[in-house]
Design a protein around this ligand. Sequence first.
Ligand code: ADP
Length: 264
Amino acid sequence: MTTVSLSDPSQISTLKDRFSPMPVSTKSTPALAPLRLIQVSQQYDNLAQPEKPLQILDRVDLSISAGQTIALSGPSGCGKSTLLQVIAGNLSPTEGEVWWGDERIDTLNEDERARWRLNNIGMIFQDFRLFPHLSAIDNIALPLELLGHSPQESREAAIPLLCQLKLDHRAEHRPDTLSGGERQRVALARALVTRPTLLIADEPTGNLDQETAEQVEQLLLNQASVHQVALLYVTHDLRFASRAQQHWGLHQGRLLQRTFTDQR
Ligand code: ADP
């Protein structure tokens, strides 16, 4: 069975078919329980030396609480995306456990994990991953539709976010007619529309100029605070990383807390 992903436009209909609509009244408020990784390891096959698998994560322990902000950095190839994939339930680790409150995530089947992700996790990417044929408001409304809400209801729920993120005058624009900063604001609104408990941002400012990046940073941190969402973001920018409550680095598969001295 293949993994379905919100970031792949060709999979929308697959997702729509797969999930039976959920009545609006049963949409619960976000759980406050934290995410916990216990002794998580991830190995990949090493095609060059099959006898030596690549050890990308090595017994990682991590706990993310409601409202917490965590920055993650490290050189390219150190395993940041792998860690995000494990946390978002896209990848079951080779070893270890992933818990969401009292629910174990890594042992759920793919459909269960996809629904869990849609309900609890908001994701933002460096390359925005908006659907090019949908307007800003329809991009934002899409996750609610996938959860079974009507198109009208979903669009109505998107409007307050459009206004908060100063996008109301761009509601009917498609992504190719928006600036980079506007696209990332649409992506942020789309990530927040389901009222997730955890927002994961993979280099959210990596494709933006300095001034726009600073605006998006501020919005991301503000919105996480306003919506009481835990925020985990990957960045190479130490100044941006230092704005999080915690800053972690990945080194040889281990998660190490960075200190302010490291960041000078
Ligand atoms: P980062 O996000 O820090 O750049 P990644 O998590 O994307 O790092 O990748 C970590 C390492 O694992 C890289 O060396 C990458 O080539 C390797 N890798 C990632 N996915 C796979 C895979 N499916 N199979 C084999 N190697 C992989």
